[in-house]
Design a protein around this ligand. Structure first.
Ligand code: GDP
Length: 190
């Protein structure tokens, strides 16, 4: 791979309700940081990251777009979806509502994005989860089980992972899993 900056450039978009952690996942991916109190009015718009998929012998540049706070106005336009190869559909595992709402985000994606787009459902904030009722604050109880997430993803033909932008667990893995799927489609000529 010497001498090659990257083999592919892929556009990724990140959707889901406000406050599920979309900007935080993007910051974690591109900057290896976590902000406890990010400014909600200043959503991160864009970040890029090189990832290597060793078994394909490929370096991929991910260009990731976040909704930058516009999700609460439902003003996301077609141009946001245009040319996207991958999508992270994010909910918060401690918020049932965000899991319910993810259905309408998927509907949006299906309406506006390329039909071959690879979508991964990401249950974020697993660092907050505990089943121990005596756990000290700020641990919150999980409102969406792993099995529910997995099952719905399967029904909808989505990839699935649970992650934490705070601890970093599975953040790169989520992007990598989606990227592998996209490269496989490229290989199959889809
Ligand atoms: P967005 O509106 O979907 O982009 O959400 P933000 O990235 O702005 O995050 C909303 C809030 O959740 C912020 O206070 C973040 O610090 C917090 N947050 C985001 N991801 C995580 C996570 O994985 N774990 C925890 N504990 N908090 C998170």
């Amino acid at each position: 791979m010497a001498g090659v900056a990257w083999h592919y450039v892929l556009k990724f978009i990140i959707t889901g309700d406000a406050a599920v952690g979309k900007s935080s996942l993007l910051i974690r991916l591109t900057d290896q940081r976590f902000l406890a109190n990010p400014d909600p009015t200043l959503g991160v718009e864009f970040g890029s990251k090189l990832i290597t998929i060793p078994e394909e012998n490929k370096v991929v540049k991910l260009q990731c777009w976040d909704t930058a706070g516009t999700e609460s106005f439902r003003s996301i336009t077609r141009s946001y979806y245009r040319g996207a190869a991958g999508c992270l559909l994010v909910y918060d595992v401690t918020s049932r509502q965000s899991f319910v709402n993810v259905r309408s985000w998927l509907q949006d994606v299906r309406e506006h994005a390329d039909p071959h787009l690879t979508c991964i459902l990401v249950g974020n904030k697993i660092d907050l989860c505990t089943d121990d009722p005596n756990a000290p604050a700020p641990k919150r109880k999980r409102e969406v089980t792993t099995e529910e997430g997995e099952l719905w993803a399967q029904e909808e033909g989505l990839l699935f992972l649970e992650a934490s932008a705070k601890s970093g667990e599975n953040v790169e893995a989520a992007f990598e899993r989606a990227t592998r799927d996209i490269l496989e489609k490229v290989r199959r000529g889809v």
